[in-house]
Design a protein around this ligand. Sequence first.
Ligand code: ADP
Length: 480
Amino acid sequence: MASVKAKAYINGKWVAGRGGVFPVHNPATGEEIMKIAECTKEDVQDAIDAASSAFESYKKWTPSQRAALLMKIHDLMDQKKEELATLLTTEQGKPKVEAMGEIQFSLTFLTWFAEETRRMYGETVPTSVKNKRFITVRQPAGVAACITPWNFPVAMIARKVGAALAAGCTAVLKPAEDTPLNSLFFAQLCEEAGVPAGVVNVVTCSRDRVQEVGALLCDSHKVKVVSFTGSTAVGQWLYSRCGPTVKKLALELGGDAPFIVFPSAKLDQAVKDAMFIKFLNCGQVCVSANRVYVHESIHDEFVSKVKQAMMYNIKQGNGLSNTFNQGPLVNKKQHERCTALVRDAVSNGATIEYQAQKGDGDLFFPATILTGVTKKNPIAQQEIFGPVFSVLKFKTEEEVIKCANDTERGLSGYFYTEDIAQAWRVSEAMEVGMAGINAICIDTAETPFGGVKMSGLGKEGSRHALDDFTNDKTICWGNL
Ligand code: ADP
């Protein structure tokens, strides 16, 4: 496995945390991997100060200089992807092949943002005042705090820090306490790539300190952007905490994706895609199929095909071995949540149709398919974030759209149909930021990723991603 330094990376130096150390565990085995820096508020303040003074020179870099820097990080990550994938599987639990997929996905963002540096165009605005001319320029916002989650820790760093660096911002990265090692690996890549001191800083801390660290990032006037991916509860807290400093805020929060199978759907394709998007990363994905709605005329056939696929295809175990294609849940909290959700679903009338063989270890949760779920069942009202298929029956398009939209979250949604008029209607009616018509995995570096309602604010990826990290300035030239 790759070796990473057990220290925080601040102002181009590896420093011990003033709070000592905290342990990181392998969720598949329960073993401690290593102890790393427990940063305190004071350490984070050092990182903010370093990022703030580095911004004064980094903001003057030309687009092509920034592009070259991003491509250096990209090339180093590409060279070391095998090591990084092993590290990711060890601390996160996802199978190695999925870890490798995440790294490939991350590389696409680094390339995309390197390219985007050259496209930070302003506008020439046709004048309405005779002796004046107007233009706009896009300028980097300043220090960006990037707070990342544990489910796609490498990709979220690439998506946030990549966008920040492309825009000309400097970054303070705070990774999730369950999966911080890959962020230290990323810091090593930055060091090797020649990222100037203070341009990228990585501060790690345990759950005990996350609130004080988060509060400092929000309260500091030096931090101009907070970009966060994680739970809705923490996103709401950050939103209100950023009010007093009127910060730019990008939030990617929880999803509640409906996955609808209409009678005309190509059933085998729908089954295959539902399996993939449900069980990717053991269900711990914000764009996972959270509520699977199947038309009553094909419900039993769909359920039986999913059951068959689960019986033959799911092998749970330590993701470092090629034998297994599903890992554990990331921590005890997630395991307890999933256990309670399935228990409550059953006591509210759902049936466990099938459970696959569980992996050997405390954090493994058996892949499960539940039928007979109704919209009142608690499992139909929460983000599952685990390997549990929750199947609901429907009769009409109108009814299913109403149910699908009956949630305060709106990240992604998927539906399967061969009826072209229905495809158009449903994609317009779904209250989501991203809709898949006979398609899953609809996020790419080129396309905007983001939710509506309580699923978040702003877009990541795409040409819109730099909006959160830049300010448009209007310049007026008068007295002509
Ligand atoms: P989960 O409940 O799935 O762990 P969280 O939203 O708690 O999701 O975590 C996502 C990220 O947010 C992690 O990096 C975590 O450390 C961080 N985080 C949690 N609470 C706060 C907070 N109060 N301020 C800043 N970051 C936080």
